[in-house]
Design a protein around this ligand. Structure first.
Ligand code: LLP
Length: 386
């Protein structure tokens, strides 16, 4: 894989920066398109939160995916990238009035509503505009996923969604409101899920719910199962493209969709995760008492996942073929959690080498901060170096 980085071109750029391999991104999008085409009623939205770099968004939009947004800023980014408003869904527990108004003004496809007070506000704001907003209710299915606690969202104790017990009452409430139209149910059980059994559990829960709703004559046009498909952080080269075939097949096999229903997905990480790397330069190699440190010019401000979730990103020295040594790879930020990896095997490191932190296309650039008055990293597409 080392050969895939145009290192000679990197010499002219300020590090750290994000490098997006557009061939990988396009192959991933083509795979999604081919797999989804097997099922007539499946529709995929891209979860903009994973990466909103305008150049990346433009490629995703070209592939025909819709957009899943969680803020007014994301709606603006999606519209600017050319996503049609009728393919935009808008989720989030705390939508501000201006964000709801923005969605109404663009006539987005649907608001994924997470509470009764929010439903009331959408109804009021839509009334002021003489519009009717499509709403889906985010249901908290109380399904635990085998992932990190901070990115698990489907348990009753999480802040997300409306509980299953309250669902029928809320649907009834919406039916009595003139400026909202209830169209669907929305779920999302968490992120970086690799065990298809977790999605099966969600399907079973939805099947139970649907039976209850059928019995009451409540018709649901669409079901949105969120995102969550994980990627192989440990072996990015082994599996550059996630197993979309298995993912969609799981839903096709286990979810009992009615003939008139559409099934929506909101995938983020699986779309963009593997195409991106954070490229940093080594500033210093420092000998500690019983270890050596590779100190980079990239830190937790550029890629916060290791510090925030103890997440693993494969690190490669793309400038060196020297024999392998062990390093703690750290950033320059004044926080002891500013560590990318401990006891990492790398080809012998020297000042000025480029290191690639792999699988950083999702929740990397977009989560960067300016702590310590640092500059935000740029993002480049491989196409730009041709
Ligand atoms: N839909 C909803 C309602 C979500 O909350 C999320 C992610 C997605 C879709 C997309 O999930 P994905 O396909 O990317 O798993 N910053 C964390 C991940 C946070 C995920 C938040 N919600 C990380 O770096 O791992």
């Amino acid at each position: 894989m080392k050969g895939h980085f145009p290192i000679d071109k990197f010499n002219t750029l300020c590090t750290p920066f994000y490098y997006y391999d557009t061939a990988v991104l396009r192959d991933t999008l083509n795979c999604i398109r081919a797999e989804v085409a097997r099922y007539e009623n499946f529709i995929v939205h891209y979860a903009v939160k994973a990466n909103a770099n305008p150049k990346v968004l433009a490629i995703i939009r070209e592939s025909g995916l819709g957009a899943d947004c969680v803020s007014g800023g994301e709606i603006q980014a999606a519209v600017k990238a050319g996503f049609p408003a009728n393919k935009i869904v808008f989720a989030g527990v705390g939508k501000a009035d201006w964000e709801i108004n923005l969605g109404l003004d663009y006539n987005i496809f649907c608001f994924n509503v997470e509470s009764v007070p929010e439903l009331e506000v959408i109804n009021e704001l839509a009334a002021e505009r003489g519009k009717t907003a499509n709403v889906a209710f985010r249901i908290n299915p109380d399904v635990g996923a085998h992932t990190h606690a901070n990115i698990m969202t489907g348990l009753a104790e999480n802040k997300f969604g409306i509980s299953m017990q309250d669902m029928e009452r809320v649907i009834e409430l919406a039916a009595g409101m003139r400026h909202v139209k209830f169209v669907g149910l929305h779920f999302h059980i968490g992120s970086q899920i690799l065990d298809m059994g977790d999605f099966v559990a969600l399907c079973n829960r939805i099947n139970e719910l649907q039976e209850k709703l059928d019995a009451q004559g409540i018709r649901i046009e669409y079901i949105n199962v969120g995102g969550g498909l994980g990627i192989d952080y440990h072996h990015p080269n082994r599996q550059l493209i996630p197993d979309f075939a298995a993912y969609f097949k799981t839903y096709a096999a286990h979810l009992k969709l009615r003939a008139y229903q559409k099934l929506h997905f909101e995938l983020g990480r699986a779309v963009v995760g593997q195409c991106g790397s954070l490229i940093a330069r080594v500033l210093y190699v420092k000998q500690g008492t019983n270890k050596q440190f590779a100190i980079l010019d990239a830190g937790m401000t550029d890629l916060i996942r290791p510090a925030l979730y103890q997440a693993y990103h494969k690190i490669e020295n793309i400038s060196s073929e020297a024999s392998v040594e062990m390093y703690d790879v750290v950033g320059p930020v004044c926080e002891s959690s500013d560590v990318f990896g401990k006891s990492v095997d790398l080809n012998g490191v020297k000042r000025g080498d480029f290191l690639a932190l792999r699988s950083a296309g999702a929740y990397g650039e977009i989560m960067a901060s300016q702590y310590n008055c640092r500059t935000l990293p740029q993002g480049y597409l491989s196409d730009e170096f041709m």
